[in-house]
Write a protein that binds this ligand. Structure first.
Ligand code: PHB
Length: 393
């Protein structure tokens, strides 16, 4: 069976779903193929911090209603090290910018509901096994759905299929350059049925390793511990997790970490990765298919949103004017922001985590950097601007 669409989108995560909404607004038809089932996609846990630009685009495509009702607006984060704490005030340091805490699972649920309500094709359980003809006028996507082999021919194919997706392999090996760093530690992430013990996120440096206190709602906390690679979550009882979190967040003054039932535990690897270019012929990559950041800077979803904003604008420009100028610039435009976010995520990761091989000298450098952020509004502003989101066109 063969069918045709203007834009074939591989992957129904935030990048693919948001792109489909933006194209719909421009009257450009598309089909979204997602290999997993809807439940799985809606439960996948990822960092839940949205920059202003991401919130603006979600609102503009009709996905802002629940976000505006249930999202938590945050004006800063807290850093902890050496039993002291320092608040980084985003609006004061960035000319008014702030961030929203709204889980990726919720962004995805809102986008899926919209997509299905308006009847645009979004297929779950559609297993793409090949993308062919990237340098022809009609690339094709071969996939299996409901037990049948199908072919989707497209004007353009967009790979929003994540780090493990197949689209990247449609680029010839010799045309691709990849840059990568795998960190010598992972995160153990938990969800707990307990009110957050803080109003803003806490990023803690400790000789025992990094810890992060985040949240999902006024009743649900999200917390992370740095753990060795290869850690089995089964080795971490609830009590061991809470004891370790308490030790790493320890601070002078009266602050208490509230404990509650742990409802989910998972270990996440930490990786930095970029593939260049992000376009080959009529196949383009967006989001995690092209770049991975470690979650310390909470940039993953925001980078994916930034990619698809640039892409939707470029495809609309082509539709309206016949010019491929913006599409031709897509890769360079996106990579400027990608590399900024890569640097920031690496900076947050290496400043706050304890590398098992690190020397006392390295630890002193980390402490000096954190002291500097506390002492200098310039150093703090550098963090705040990157965290709250930079204007990079
Ligand atoms: C989260 O809420 O899951 C979260 C928040 C901030 C991060 C990473 C994860 O940097």
């Amino acid at each position: 069976m063969q069918h045709h669409t203007t834009v074939g989108i591989i992957g129904g995560g935030p990048a693919g779903l948001l792109l489909a909404r933006l194209l719909h607004n421009h009257g450009i038809d598309c089909v979204v193929l997602e290999s997993r089932e809807r439940d799985y996609v809606e439960q996948r846990q990822r960092a839940g911090i949205l920059e202003q630009g991401t919130v603006d685009v979600l609102r503009s495509c009709g996905a802002g209603e629940r976000l505006d009702r249930e999202g938590l607006v945050h004006d800063g984060i807290e850093l902890r090290w050496n039993r002291r704490s320092h608040r980084v005030d985003f609006p004061a340091l960035t000319g008014g910018r702030r961030v929203w805490v709204y889980a990726q699972t919720e962004v995805v649920k809102d986008l899926i509901a919209l997509q299905l309500a308006e009847g645009a094709p979004l297929l779950f359980g559609a297993h793409v096994h090949a993308v062919e003809g990237a340098d022809t006028d009609r690339p094709v996507v071969r996939y299996r759905h409901e037990g049948r082999e199908k072919t989707l021919s497209c004007d353009y194919v967009i790979g929003c299929d994540g780090f493990h997706g197949v689209t990247r392999s449609a680029f010839p090996e010799q045309a691709r350059r990849t840059y990568e760093r795998v960190y010598p530690f992972s995160w153990l992430g938990i969800l707990a049925d307990v009110a957050p013990s803080c109003e803003e996120l806490i990023y803690a440096h400790s000789p025992r390793g990094f810890a992060l206190h985040s949240m999902r709602s006024p009743e649900v906390s999200r917390l992370y511990l740095q753990v060795p690679n290869g850690t089995d979550p089964a080795d971490w009882s609830d009590e061991r997790i809470w004891d370790e979190l308490e030790a790493r967040f320890a601070v002078d003054g009266d602050w208490k970490l509230e404990r509650g039932p742990v409802t989910s535990k998972a270990v996440l690897p930490m990786r930095s990765f970029v593939t260049e270019p992000m376009r080959w012929g009529r196949v383009l990559l967006a989001g995690d298919a092209a770049h991975i950041v470690p979650p310390t800077g909470a940039k993953g979803l925001n980078l994916a949103a930034a990619d698809v904003i640039v892409l939707a604008r470029a495809l609309a420009h082509l539709e309206e004017t016949g010019s491929t100028a913006l599409l031709d610039a897509y890769s360079d435009t996106c990579l400027r922001r990608v590399w900024r976010a890569e640097h920031f995520s690496w900076f947050m990761t290496t400043t706050l985590h304890t590398d098992p091989a690190q020397s006392d000298f390295d630890t002193r450098l980390q402490i000096s950097q954190l002291d500097r952020i506390a002492a200098s509004p310039h150093a703090a502003a550098e963090l705040a601007e990157n965290y709250a989101g930079l204007e990079i066109g």
